[in-house]
Design a protein. Sequence first.
Length: 662
Amino acid sequence: MDENEYIKHFTELVELEREEQMRLHEAEMRRLSGQEREEKGRAFLKMKGKSQGLGLGGKHLVRFRKQDTGFTLPESEIEVGDLVLVSRAGTAPWDEDNPMGTVAEKTLYTLTVAFDDAPPGFVYRKDLRIDLFVNDITFQRMIGALKKFKRLPRLRRDKLLDNTPPNFTEIKGIEFFNSDLNKSQREAVLRCLAAEDFFLIHGPPGTGKTITCVEVIIQLVKRGYRVLATADSNVAVDNLVERLDKLGVDVVRIGHPARVIPSLRKRSLDYLVQKYPDYIKAQELRRRAYELKERMKGVTMPEMRWRRGLSDEVIMQLAREGRTVRGIPAGRLRSMRRWLTVKQRIDKLFNTARGLEESAIKGIIIDAEVICATNSTAGSEILKGEKFDFAIIDEATQSTEPSSLIPVLKAKRFIMAGDHKQLPPTILNEEAASENLSKSLFERLLELHGDRIRVMLEVQYRMNDLIAAFPSEEFYEGKLRAYEEVKRRNLKDILPKSKEGEIENEDLEPLLFIDTSGSDEFRERVRKGSTSRENVEEARLVKDIAERLLRLGIRSEDIAIISPYDDQVSLIKSMLRVEGLEIKTVDGFQGREKEVVIVSFVRSNRSGDIGFLRDLRRLNVSITRAKRKLVLIGDSTTLESEGCYKRLIESAKERGAYKSVA
């Protein structure tokens, strides 16, 4: 397609997805009671708020807890960095008067929310409701990037859209800053430096694609290039910032302070700017402006019922002359004049403060060696007009193409790192998904230009060899191999010596497939009103295995339980309330790793229907999270309707890692 078709196509898809997300959130708020939303983990009820003063960046912090201070918060999807709506009991959460804020901190008992502006007084009262909402600004920035696409030079558009091959220069031997990089990582770095347009780092699970990205960034910085480093998620951005900071790179993290982990806030723009004289002066001006604002409470605001069509200038003139007009008493005119005079002073103070703040921010951004932000934040006002030599995009296969365009269009060249064999971006609108909004720019460029723009990292540093064997064969052409020091790792290395007498051979086996086929007790079911699935007996089996591992001395923080289905996750959470033990969907665990992972596949039926388990990228993510032990639980008769699952089960049998409950 040409650039006009491209822009039109993706703009329509982004609008569809935006409307879908807004519709789903609001529809659910309208359809379900607050109690039902809370049960689904998308709201908190009976909360009360207490001011925590101002936080980083001048954000207004309010800490909410259940009205009975002994209550812990229920299980919830609401996490740090999410946008939430705060409303009073009996009012509609979506009312425009209800404030929206960002979750800054979450504990077992409290939720702290950061508001850009001073929230209305009711948020400090009781009986409040807090709802998970959606971030519309991300969609606006994607559409903005699509509009900018047309202004790219013709040759660059052709390389992104057509078969015009990208160019490479010659890079001779270099000195690597990280001497531990393996051969494929070094090749990737060299090819990235040679790319005059773009390059792809294909990083299968555990192969160190982020480490490779960091090496590329440092090489670019040392060559005097200006670098923008982004990712779709805040967690991935923080990972980049942490690694760069440890290596002494002058990195600045752009983004809402609430979304930056505490240990990295010293690298955040909001923290750094507070040391600048211009910013300190700006804060003093703002303080004076707020003091003046307090004085306005005793005078008349010139709203329509008092001004009666008079302009500000006329009100000021009449008040000076002591006249009355249109039935407005002279005293009222004088009061409105005082309000207008103070307002002018306040506006001047705020405008001056804004200019000083912008100057301080600009200085930090210009001086930084690397700017780190999410894809969306790369399109914020803070970085408006900023241009970079290179954009490095981590987790690129989890970003939609319009999302990736935001940082891509801010740089002359770009490098993307990801794995198209793992889960793609999550798209809620079926039409948008079917029209390839779920296909990343990474994947499309790979299809367009092939291996001339890609290096695959081949050594994985995460999994025991037995765990890694099947995904290597099935998804990576058998090229993925384990680093020597992780090949034979198992639970023996992390079990307490005091438990040695209780350990059985099965405990130390790194891989186990537990087949529930042949037992009617292990049938899946659908909850009333749900489209998800659950399997009660599988959940009980998961619980038994997890409790066995905990009794052996495995830390709860080292265990993860994952399932493709939300309802199964909720069911297991209700059975296993253990602090530190993570229980999540497969989609929610991509990019993560644990010492032990237990996977509940759920599906068990006579028709062989496995639903969205047919997306084999979901399977790949499921079986590549564990370092030392992977336990898979499923019904072979149902799962084997898809050939890949059949090969997985056969592989487990061949390796002596199969067990049946029958």
